[in-house]
Design a protein around this ligand. Structure first.
Ligand code: LAN
Length: 936
């Protein structure tokens, strides 16, 4: 009977289900991208919101109703087909919900650890080192225009810009062209600028520091005595600030070396080469200094690492070798010979990783058939589709954007088969083949040297790559071309907008160079105004240290360093002794708040801040955020916004700032500007309660199964991180204390959820894994600060904070310090030898400062352990008040180190300051209370 009733219905109901599905698709498609009135409020959006990566409440309800209706349809009317469909749908839905949660656990210790160590056998000095000068802010704009006269102007706020030049400037501020005397060198304790990578491959940023000291002296200002060592932590902190103020730029920011990765500069050199080697892009002096850098960092085995502390990899080696050759180093040069031998012994360039292969294809020394497909068609998928490039982490998306454009245009250096250098490279790089023409490219795509493998391409991605390989076959050409054309057009438009939004700085060094090349290609391989605008921003990425000229990982870390430095100085209680330092930092941070000043609002970038534009180009709200580097760069970051706001809030009540504002020498900060920053922070919170770097997590955990990079880990989506979450919580609590009436409930809610997130990602051993610096000490510092901010002083008694402190106490070295290096991020495990390689006795000043900051904030009762750590910092301090440059501090994408030269100053200052101002008084009080209690 039942069966009879069903008879005839399955067709109808299946049709109904299909209809519903179509309705959902249309619903999502038509309504997705309707701009939100204000980010963070779902009411303005009807469908899928590309910026937050979420469906609106309304769309979720409709989707829910559809599922329920399918369920209802199941009752008496439907047959087996519907049941099966609804079952499959529910399973898919649950899998999506389960796997779709943001993933913030980097996982257990890796099985394949770094075993090899880098070695060098030379000491070299850059001959032209005395000629290079660092120019900042407005002066740097003038210099760039002088070096590259054209009608094209640099746009955006000049504040924070830092470039290296040999061009003297008659209108330079006093001291710009000062010579570096022996007195200056004596003060800094250096003999010459020779660089011995075997001792430490991290340059100490000496040319810059010498220049600043020389300028200081030229202005007639006294240098602190370097004859007596400070005898108290307070005196050590004072001396350290006295020294550090010398390094502050006139516009108020702290400049410094932000190098480290070796895979960036070769990309620039290749782009320069294929664009016809324009002198205005790279001058002879720059090229010489680059050759020097490449020579210095070549290791004894002939190869180069992925970054300065990494053992040689094929990724680093192939790129650096090609860079060297394009800069004019002949094939029979000793350095070239050694490099080539390393590459050939490891199978040749066919075994390098995918990003290096990409550049080799651009240079025309590898065939595009040897490269996996990067279809620009993916940009044409509907935004709400579960997989869409717009849902990827912005760095990943902004790199694969130009990569896809160049791949799909099959762009290659037009003269590759006649230019003697590239013709020769075609022979040099492939030891297994008699000639270039005989290489079976298609079968080489997935070859990779084991030394490069950090993230083996997951099986899912391998399948996708194979399917795409079929799609790239000639058979599909007409169909492909039909789709590819609009895909390419979208990419070109998106890149042009990214260029405008960042005043041609672009989000990072990789897409900067690629976008420049794409603009040149798009404009008929000519130097048009947009290409010139790109040229003008190349110096922003170049830095000179005693190891030569390098390309930095960003256009600097100005805003980040300044925000942190000033918080350390204020916490030390010594800010009143350095009014000028505080006023200058205040001015810099005010200028640097994104799209919040008249100059920044007069740029094209401001037009793209409109809600509809942001939806179109997948951009989070920018206005009111703080960047990592400069206002002109313009990408807001959750924790940079937080640290920027915290710095402003701790400065605002200082006498010197109040006086400055009253006199008009310092700008005022309206409450509205802090509210804007809070808006940026609040709407960044992910559904797991944590905070990401630049944008909400729009993707899913399974995106990592599509990671095609070989060499980087966890790059596909913007996860929630302990660092970003903690900084945001701290900023929200600091804001709430000062402005309790603005969005109080949302802020309270965000703090509670953020706190729960921090608890949820604490590891079993009590530590947190730090993703952006080495590693557990950094993670613990943020973890403890975040929990203490969310829970208040009582947080110190929470088991989480206690466990974190116990973890740290268990890792203290005999000399009182702590030490870990980039291997802890890479291996996801505390390195047993600590910082043996480039620290002292296994410890380093930066990790020691992080551990101390965490212990002191967490009110560690073991005062002796803290004191021993403080002593370590004091012992390590140089006579000038500086600290030595030890191992690399920063890390990204799990596997690559990056230099934060400012950390060796600002974190010890902060730790010493916290010790004298907060920790010691608390210890004394505690002892008093305890002794009173015991005597009672
Ligand atoms: C940075 C630098 C700053 C850093 C902090 C603000 C410190 C961090 O708390 C959040 C992540 C962020 C913003 C960060 C992300 C990754 C960056 C942008 C970098 C480490 C600087 C360089 C790196 C970038 C990805 C390098 C280019 C290489 C690619 C693989 C694209």
């Amino acid at each position: 009977m039942e069966e009879d009733e069903f008879h005839g219905y399955p067709m109808v109901t299946s049709a109904l289900v299909v209809l519903f599905m179509v309705a959902v698709f249309i619903f999502g498609h038509i309504l997705a991208g309707k701009p939100l009135t204000s980010l963070g409020q779902q009411w303005g959006c009807w469908g899928y919101d590309c910026v937050t990566g979420r469906w609106s409440v309304c769309a979720t309800l409709v989707l829910g109703m559809i599922v329920i209706m399918i369920g209802l349809l199941e009752l008496p009317l439907v047959g087996r087909a519907t049941k099966v469909i609804s079952l499959i749908l529910s399973i898919l839905w649950s899998v999506w919900m389960a796997l779709g949660k943001p993933v913030s656990h980097p996982g257990p210790a890796r099985k394949r650890k770094i075993e090899r160590q880098p070695h060098w056998d030379h000491v070299l000095e850059l001959p032209s080192i005395g000629k290079w000068r660092c120019a900042t802010a407005a002066v740097s704009h003038t210099l760039t225009h002088k070096e590259n006269p054209s009608d094209v102007q640099l746009t955006g706020e000049p504040a924070g810009r830092q470039i290296w030049t040999q061009t003297p400037l008659s209108t330079a501020p006093q001291g710009l062209d000062v010579t570096i005397t022996d007195d200056v060198k004596d003060f800094l304790g250096i003999r010459d600028f020779s660089f011995d990578p075997e001792r430490n491959p991290n340059a100490a940023d000496l040319p810059f520091r010498c220049q600043k000291v020389a300028e200081w002296v030229a202005r007639g200002r006294p240098l602190p005595s370097n004859k007596t060592a400070p005898d108290t932590p307070e005196a050590a902190a004072r001396k350290a600030i006295q020294f550090y103020q010398i390094l502050q730029s006139e516009d108020g920011h702290w400049a410094g070396d932000y190098g480290g990765p070796h895979f960036l500069m070769p990309g620039l050199i290749i782009a320069w080469y294929v664009m016809g080697q324009p002198e205005e892009l790279l001058s002879a002096a720059q090229r010489d200094a680059m050759v020097h850098y490449l020579r210095v960092h070549q290791q004894s085995d002939g190869g180069w690492g992925t970054h300065i502390e990494s053992p040689s990899t094929m990724f680093g080696s192939c790129l650096c070798y090609v860079g060297l050759r394009l800069l004019g180093v002949p094939q029979d040069d000793m350095c070239a010979e050694k490099g080539r031998t390393f590459i050939r012994q490891n199978g040749g360039a066919l075994y390098t990783s995918s990003w290096a292969k990409f550049w080799l294809c651009v240079l025309g020394v590898m065939d595009w058939a040897g490269h996996h497909s990067i279809p620009v068609e993916m940009w044409l998928l509907p935004n709400w589709f579960p997989f869409h490039p717009a849902r990827m982490w912005c760095h990943c998306r902004m790199v694969y954007l130009p990569m896809g454009y160049l791949y799909c245009s099959r762009f290659a250096y037009p003269r590759a088969h006649t230019d003697p250098v590239t013709v020769s490279l075609r022979e040099e790089l492939y030891p297994d083949y008699p000639d270039y023409a005989s290489i079976p490219w298609e079968s080489t795509r997935s070859l990779l040297a084991p030394m490069d493998m950090y993230s083996p391409i997951p099986i899912v991605m391998r399948v996708v790559q194979e399917v795409l390989a079929v799609y790239e076959r000639p058979l599909f050409k007409p169909f492909r071309d039909w789709l590819r054309r609009p895909g390419l057009a979208f990419c070109a438009d998106y890149m042009a907008v990214e260029d405008l939004q960042t005043n041609y700085v672009d989000i990072g060094p990789v897409n900067k160079v690629m976008n420049m090349l794409c603009a040149w290609h798009r404009d008929g391989q000519k130097v048009t105004p947009p290409v010139t605008s790109h040229f003008l921003r190349i110096p922003d990425y170049l830095w000179v240290a005693e190891d030569g000229m390098k390309m930095q990982g960003y256009n600097g870390s100005q805003s980040w360093d300044t925000s942190l430095a000033i918080q350390g100085i204020v916490e030390s209680g010594l800010a009143d002794e350095f009014p000028e330092v505080c006023q200058n930092a205040w001015k810099y941070l005010e200028r640097t708040q994104i799209l919040s000043t008249r100059t920044s609002q007069s740029t094209e970038a401001f037009k793209y801040e409109a809600a509809a534009e942001r939806q179109k180009y997948y951009r989070h709200v920018s206005q009111g955020g703080w960047p990592f580097s400069t206002s002109a760069h313009g990408w807001p970051i959750g924790d940079c916004t937080s640290e920027g706001m915290k710095a402003m809030l701790c400065l605002v009540d200082l006498n010197c700032i109040q006086a400055g504002v009253q006199e008009g020498s310092c700008p005022a900060m309206a409450e509205k500007r802090f509210q804007d920053a809070v808006n940026v922070i609040l709407c960044l919170q992910n559904p797991d309660g944590g905070f990401p770097t630049y944008e909400n997590n729009r993707g899913y955990g399974w995106y990592e199964m599509l990671n095609p990079s070989d060499v980087f880990g966890d790059i596909m989506i913007d996860y929630s991180y302990v660092e970003c979450s903690s900084a945001c919580l701290q900023a929200l609590t600091a804001f709430r204390t000062r402005y309790p009436h603005h969005r109080p409930y949302e802020i309270a809610d965000a703090i509670n959820q953020g706190r729960d997130f921090l608890h949820s990602i604490q590891r079993a051993d009590g530590s947190w894994y730090g993703s952006w610096a080495c590693c557990f000490t950094y993670g613990c510092w943020f973890g403890v600060e975040g929990l203490m901010a969310a829970e208040g002083p009582l947080g110190a008694y929470s088991p989480s904070v206690r466990r974190a402190c116990d973890f740290l106490l268990g890792k203290q070295n005999e000399n009182g310090g702590w030490g870990e290096d980039f291997r802890s991020c890479y291996d996801k495990e505390w390195p047993k030898e600590g910082m043996e390689m480039y620290g002292t006795g296994g410890s380093g000043v930066v990790p020691t400062a992080w551990a101390l900051l965490a212990l002191m904030r967490g009110r560690c009762p073991d005062a002796q352990a803290v004191e021993r750590g403080i002593k370590y910092l004091m012992v390590e301090q140089s006579p000038s008040g500086d600290w030595p440059q030890q191992g690399i501090s920063g890390v990204f994408n799990r596997s690559c180190g990056i230099t934060y030269t400012a950390y060796r100053n600002l974190f010890p200052i902060w730790a010493l300051g916290r010790y004298t101002q907060h920790y010691l008084p608390w210890v004394k009080l505690r002892e008093e209370v305890l002794s009173r209690n015991s005597s009672d």
